[in-house]
Write a protein that binds this ligand. Structure first.
Ligand code: GCU
Length: 354
């Protein structure tokens, strides 16, 4: 389609054909998204460690274990510690664990059915995003002041910081013998965060964005009535992004990137995007279109099915899961609910690993 920033063309205009080319193009796209949208993520400063605070061996009807952990990682200005609730099936069986970047600190929460997730054989490690840094235009809390600022318009915003913390959870989970695979998942602003985390952290096998909308999964150049725009998001939530992002507020089509690039950075791993019928603000059809456009990375570079589904707007109840890129549209409002989890878990179960 005309005007779509080309995934398969280097900034200098030369073509991206092979997997080796793609690995280089990947770095270019990460640089574009860092410089113009989310800001640059600082280097990891050293080893991540954890402490087991308590264990409930009979959580979720006695089907699972809840370990309450404290995770510590070094920053440029000392150590930083935050709590994580790690639910996993009893018996140390190997499993995939979802890293859920969540809106509330409580171990049990309306955004995830702990018992069902465990009964499906998965683990879930969730942390509260404001334990990392406040969701406010204030860079004095949590890890925000613990890294030097670049002061050139490219400093990481809050999305970058929350995504960085999700990767520190991955550091610890990967040291556990029962961890077979990892997924990262978030809803709305934290769906944007999950996508940015998965784009950067290739240790994560499944990247899930639920209702992430503008500056998440939604393709910005094709927006539909009543949906959020870059102009609006950078006015109300400027601190989620780097300062440079505002430059595009009035001229979004001049950007050398769009959100399909963010999604394509998950290739050749697995990607899942969910939308809700009544969530026009997130622009469901634009979220689907990003999957369509990003899917080419799997097909053209990796010879794998990418997004296997229509280019016309999905109908309520549709779920397209046969490729490496899943998309579903469920009924209801902006929420990370049971139907979303069931769709994501079914997608994971349907995939074989080589
Ligand atoms: C606002 C914002 C969205 C965001 C959402 C959320 O609606 O405009 O971009 O996704 O909050 O995080 O709940």
């Amino acid at each position: 389609m005309k005007g779509i920033p080309d995934l398969f063309e280097f900034t200098d205009g030369s073509p991206v054909k092979t997997e080796e080319d793609w690995r280089k193009r990947r770095l270019e796209m990460l640089e574009l998204l860092s410089r113009h949208e989310y800001g640059f993520t600082p280097e990891k400063q050293g080893e991540t460690t954890y402490k087991l605070i308590s264990t409930d061996t009979k959580c979720a009807s006695g089907h699972g274990v809840l370990d309450r952990l404290e995770i510590t990682f070094p920053t440029q200005k000392g150590d930083f510690t935050f709590p994580v609730n790690y639910f996993h099936p009893t018996g140390n069986k190997k499993h995939l664990t979802f890293i859920l970047i969540n809106f509330r600190p409580d171990p049990y929460d309306m955004y995830f059915p702990a018992e069902e997730i465990i009964d499906n054989g998965f683990g879930i490690a969730q942390f509260y995003y404001e334990d990392i840094t406040a969701d406010a235009n204030d860079f004095t809390s949590g890890i925000a002041p613990m890294f030097e600022r670049r002061n050139d318009g490219t400093d990481w915003g809050k999305i970058g910081m929350w995504a960085f913390a999700a990767s520190r959870v991955a550091d610890i989970l990967l040291s556990f013998p029962e961890t077979e695979r990892l997924a990262v998942i978030g809803h709305s602003r934290l769906g944007k965060t999950a996508l940015w985390c998965g784009a950067q952290d290739e240790r994560i096998d499944f990247v899930f964005s639920n209702d992430s909308g503008c500056s998440g999964a939604a393709y910005e150049r094709i927006k539909h009535g009543g949906s959020e725009t870059i102009a609006r998001i950078t006015e109300v939530f400027p601190y989620w992004f780097c300062e440079n992002y505002k430059k595009f507020a009035q001229y979004p089509d001049t950007r050398p990137f769009d959100q399909h690039m963010l999604l394509a950075l998950s290739a050749p791993r697995f990607l899942g995007v969910g939308s809700a019928d009544l969530d026009d603000w997130a622009d469901q059809y634009s979220e689907q279109l990003s999957c369509v456009f990003a899917g080419d990375a799997w097909t053209k570079i990796y010879n794998k099915p990418g997004f296997v589904g229509p280019t016309e707007a999905a109908k309520i109840g549709d779920a397209f899961s046969s490729g490496s890129v899943h998309y579903h549209l469920r009924d209801g409002i902006h929420f990370l609910g049971r139907a979303d989890w069931n769709a994501y878990m079914a997608f994971v179960k349907s995939k074989k690993f080589s």
